[in-house]
Write a protein that binds this ligand. Sequence first.
Ligand SMILES: CC(C)(COP(=O)(O)OP(=O)(O)OC[C@H]1O[C@@H](n2cnc3c(N)ncnc32)[C@H](O)[C@@H]1OP(=O)(O)O)[C@@H](O)C(=O)NCCC(=O)NCCS
Length: 195
Amino acid sequence: MNPDGLGQSLPTLPGRAFCFRWLGEADLPELQEIFGDADVVRFMALTRLTNRKQAQRFLNSILQGFASGTLYQWGLEYRGRIIGSCTLAAIDRSHRRAEIGFALARRFQGRGLMAEAVPLVLDFAFKQLALHRVEADVDPRNKASLVLLEKLGFRREGLLRERFTDEEGFQDSLMLGLLSREWCNANRPAASGGN
Ligand SMILES: CC(C)(COP(=O)(O)OP(=O)(O)OC[C@H]1O[C@@H](n2cnc3c(N)ncnc32)[C@H](O)[C@@H]1OP(=O)(O)O)[C@@H](O)C(=O)NCCC(=O)NCCS
């Protein structure tokens, strides 16, 4: 049973032209397409999904994360299709914090979609889950992610040297953080779902 009393599934977070919603078996082809793209997963601590079985395991871990309340991953639906996702991972109720992650199918990148969509999840994190802090662990080479996070108010807090490996060798992690009071007091338009 989900520890946040969310029932059987994550709530839909509606925006203007898209929404974040619960993922299911019908979304496996889109999940495989998004997370099977080497360019999308390049800076994510994730093994590329190369077949349906891996996509099913990926979906199973999302469902298990929901049941245990440790990982909430929404699909981003746009024009009837899942084109990306946003995740609150490592949810820690004692310290009221979580780690945010996001990904968009390559053809939808670079249009400012996530800057419009991620606020829906941040609102949920700070207002519904009453988290105190949301953090992000970013590969410093991932410029789009850094621009997006800083646009949303995240601050760079520290560089962890050679923290993980990829095919190019050991890579640093840049830690960013956003506090509840910073998000709730920021002078910005209400979260919306883009155009
Ligand atoms: C990170 C990601 C979700 C951003 O979403 P998006 O909707 O494409 O983001 P935007 O279109 O708002 O672009 C973000 C900003 O980065 C900038 N940007 C993109 N690539 C850049 C680069 N190589 N160098 C500098 N800036 C870059 C864009 O110009 C934009 O800035 P602007 O709004 O001031 O013009 C998307 O790129 C993605 O899915 N990447 C792959 C998965 C991933 O790396 N996830 C994050 C793991 S921490």
